[in-house]
Design a protein around this ligand. Structure first.
Ligand SMILES: Cc1cc2nc3c(=O)[nH]c(=O)nc-3n(C[C@H](O)[C@H](O)[C@H](O)COP(=O)(O)O)c2cc1C
Length: 186
């Protein structure tokens, strides 16, 4: 049995270790969190997304998306979002409240696109119509050439984390911020 982590410092370190592992291991449960956003109409929206990169030093999570997708529009309107992770191995839920932005050009985008364009997921960013649009609008349209991609890099700086551990010995929950932490009632 794992020794329970006792201090918020230990918990915070372990969270970032698990996030880093998840970005590198496709079998890690935290590899596919839910990203929740707010639309221009003020309504919630959420979807599963792959956690691609974790920058521990800058406390930043990165994901990739089609630049034409609703989520990219939503975060340009409201640049705050929540990632929700669950792992039944850890028995941990993590809610990461983030400030999020999307880049569609520049050296950071190009560096990633050079890698992605050689992978099977390249076609995710070359479709003739935007994600969520009706298929009838695709008539006669071909895939874009890979010079004309719709790849967007989403960077999410973690502002606050809500950590919940389920345990037969008693659930534990903590709020972790850059400037402090608190135990919370689960
Ligand atoms: C396992 C899984 C992984 C996914 N990974 C991504 C991803 O990395 N990027 C992405 O944009 N959409 C991903 N999707 C699709 C999204 O959940 C969503 O359907 C799509 O991006 C459109 O979202 P939107 O309309 O909210 O913009 C994934 C879906 C699943 C089920």
């Amino acid at each position: 049995m794992r020794t329970p982590l006792q201090t918020p410092h230990e918990i915070r370190e372990q969270i970032w270790r698990e996030l880093t592992r998840a970005s590198q291991d496709r079998h890690h449960a935290w590899r596919t969190p839910v990203l929740a956003t707010v639309g221009g109409d003020g309504l919630a929206n959420a979807r599963v997304i792959v956690l691609r990169e974790v920058d521990v030093v800058h406390q930043t999570l990165r994901v990739y998306a089609d630049a034409r997708s609703p989520k990219v529009r939503e975060i340009s309107h409201e640049p705050h979002a929540v990632f929700v992770f669950w792992s039944d191995r850890l028995n941990w839920q993590l809610r990461a409240h983030v400030a999020i932005s999307a880049e569609t050009e520049g050296s950071e985008v190009q560096a990633r696109w050079q890698r992605v364009r050689q992978s099977a997921s390249a076609t995710d960013y070359l479709g003739p119509i935007a994600p969520g649009d009706g298929l009838e609008s695709a008539q006669g349209e071909a895939m874009s050439s890979d010079a004309v991609h719709h790849f967007a890099l989403l960077s999410a700086q973690v502002l606050e984390m809500d950590w919940l551990e389920l345990s037969r010995n008693g659930h534990r929950r903590a709020n972790l911020r850059a400037d402090g932490w608190r135990w919370l009632a689960p």
